[in-house]
Design a protein around this ligand. Structure first.
Ligand code: GLU
Ligand code: MG
Length: 448
């Protein structure tokens, strides 16, 4: 990947690039941007592109929330991270950067999600820890004119029939990801009609969050070219399995290069503390990881999406699943899977909160208790109470209330971002409460 402006300008010239997108992911989780013509690229790369501060006060219906204090006045810069430069394989003569949001003096703007994540990565690094992560999105492929959304297949989970029906699209999608440097690992048709899952290799936390942006953009771009619809919405169809975006995570000792979650006898004490930190803050984190009204239509018991705040070994109903390791690769494959995550999240904020919560558990040497065996939804109220297992928030509003009450997570975001985030998200709760289910499904399918 290019490192400096000269290298980028040389690539732009030899590849006949006409436009370069300056991308950011907003508070509602939508990916937006502005576009520089190649003639202005050199100066805009150096100075950034202007963006009204109110751009981070809009919800997913583009309704501006003036209570945030950010409206028509004030300006920040979309400041590109040069290392993110990519030629877009799904649209002609175009490339893109992922940007930070900076004040005019180039300092990080308090509402910049990418900077919030960078701060947590630096904090981990000061402790000698490097976080590796991979978002693992599921998505639904469909066809239909205008608002109609008919899955392209009714195939069974893991079925070869499903593979064959989606093969042309999956091949183009994988090729486009790989041309942008994302390494495809695994693919299979999922449970829902038209539902598929294609995973990419883990990366250091900052790159993992950026990869989620490239993944979402590429899925939508390639599907559009193929004349089909693709949606990563948590629940694009009310009667079909939801689309999760499980987050896989591991922590590495920077000096020794060892996986801190691993010990010869299994999961390390460090990993246990990390899990306990996650569990302690999971209700608040859910506001960041399951960030849309539609998220809570997915986050239901008995759907393998997790609905209870607990951890378990290979337990797909637990919010934190410890996957079994692969023999011969025990240390390399020791990781945690956080299941209460979906692609409507802003990946920078979700990952920042998760890192902070895990590290707090390590710092405080918290214990997660015993892992839960079996489906917590089958336990009696007394058993759940005895085990200290609570239901995760069942609406976005409940999650936002938990966020407001959680000092650690609110501090990770900072005062202004916590306020803006909750106002924007509460406006989405109100907006969708005023309409029917179909309205909610359509709007989430369209944006994610
Ligand atoms: N579709 C499930 C979810 O919403 C996940 C199924 C699985 O991959 O275990 O999270
Ligand atoms: Mg899956």
């Amino acid at each position: 990947m290019p490192l400096n402006l000269e290298e980028i300008m040389a690539i732009v010239e030899t590849s006949s690039i006409r436009f370069v997108r300056f991308l950011y992911c907003d508070i509602s989780g939508v990916i937006r941007g502005k576009v520089a013509s190649v003639h202005a690229l050199s100066s805009r790369t150096a100075s950034g592109i202007g963006l009204v501060k109110g751009a981070m006060s809009v919800n997913i219906l583009d309704q501006l929330q003036l209570d945030t204090g950010y409206g028509a006045t004030g300006e920040v810069r979309l400041a590109p991270d040069l290392s993110t430069f990519r030629i877009l394989p799904y649209v002609g003569e175009s490339a893109a950067y992922i940007c930070n949001l900076q004040e005019l003096d180039h300092s990080a703007w308090c509402l910049c999600p990418r900077s919030v994540l960078a701060e947590q990565i630096s904090k981990a690094s000061r402790l000698g820890i490097k976080i590796e992560a991979a978002f693992e999105p599921e998505f639904t492929l469909a066809k239909g004119e205008c608002d109609s959304f008919t899955p392209i297949d009714q195939s069974l989970c893991f079925s070869t029939g499903g593979m064959n029906q989606a093969a042309d699209f999956i091949n183009s999608f994988a090729a486009a990801l790989e041309r942008q440097g994302l390494e495809v690992e695994q693919y299979y048709p999922e449970l829902g009609h038209g539902q598929h899952e294609l995973t990419i290799k883990h990366a250091p936390a900052a790159a993992a969050a950026d990869n989620q942006i490239w993944y979402r953009e590429t899925l939508r771009g390639v599907s559009g070219n193929a004349g089909i619809k693709a949606s990563l919405a948590p629940k694009p169809l009310a009667d079909q399995a939801g689309n999760g975006c499980h987050l896989h995570l591991s922590a590495w000792d920077i000096r020794s290069g060892q996986n801190l979650f691993y010990s010869r006898s299994g999961l390390s004490p460090f990993a246990h503390h990390f899990i306990a930190g996650l569990l302690a803050h999971l209700p608040a984190l859910t506001a960041l990881t399951c960030a849309s009204v539609n998220s809570y239509r997915r986050l239901k018991p008995r759907s393998w999406s997790s609905a209870y705040c607990c951890w378990g070994l290979e337990n797909r109903e637990a919010a934190i699943r410890v996957p079994s390791t692969y023999s011969g690769y025990e240390e390399a494959t020791t990781n945690l899977e956080i299941k209460c995550v979906d692609s409507s999240c802003n990946p920078y904020l979700a990952l920042a909160g998760i890192i902070a919560a895990g590290l707090a558990g390590v710092e405080e040497k918290l214990s997660p208790g015993d892992p839960v065996e079996g489906d917590p939804d089958t336990m009696t109220a007394q058993e759940l109470c005895d085990r200290g297992v609570k239901r995760l928030p069942s609406t976005l509003q409940e999650a936002l209330d938990a966020l407001k009450a959680d000092r650690l997570i609110a501090n990770v975001l900072g005062e202004q971002l916590t306020k803006t985030y909750t106002i924007v998200k509460e406006s989405e709760c109100a907006a969708f409460a005023a309409h029917d289910v179909e309205f909610e499904l359509k709007h989430h399918r369209d944006k994610f």
